[in-house]
Design a protein around this ligand. Structure first.
Ligand SMILES: [Zn+2]
Length: 85
């Protein structure tokens, strides 16, 4: 389940909210009650995965494939690798 970073522009209250993709975005600040609570652009945990891929993939009920982690260049195992040798 994606976690979104929310922040209130009125009182400055900030919190990460775990929401289903199908849930409507929150708008009311749990701290001051004003409708200035908004999703931040850089959501925690999803900053490196681009934008929007989960919004479409979840609709089919299937889990999106895990992105492959990039192999560190120091452990690539390739003898001809110019970065290691
Ligand atoms: Zn607030």
């Amino acid at each position: 389940m994606p976690i979104y970073a929310y922040k209130c522009t009125s009182c400055g209250f900030a919190q990460d909210e775990m929401q289903k993709v199908s849930d409507a975005p929150l708008s009311v600040c749990p701290s001051c009650g004003k409708a200035d609570y908004a999703k931040q652009v850089t959501a925690a945990g999803f900053a490196l995965k681009g934008t929007g891929w989960y919004a479409t993939d979840f609709k089919g009920g299937a889990k999106p494939a895990e992105p492959k982690p990039e192999a560190p260049s120091s452990a690539c195992g390739t003898s001809a690798c110019p970065a290691c040798h």
